[in-house]
Design a protein around this ligand. Sequence first.
Ligand SMILES: [Zn+2]
Length: 61
Amino acid sequence: MSTPTLTGVCPECETDLATPPMLQGETLSCPECMLTLRVEDVQEGRLSLRMVQVQLRDWGQ
Ligand SMILES: [Zn+2]
């Protein structure tokens, strides 16, 4: 019986992650290091995750 979850590894802290089904381009936050990760690819239940550089708004102020 397959589980309805996907698995992946945080590229930053290498924590094993289990997520609900996600699509390419969606983002999640790593529960360990709190980085925002984007789904680059999904293959056979494995997520390829990439760190998203969060833009800090120190331009305007
Ligand atoms: Zn992490």
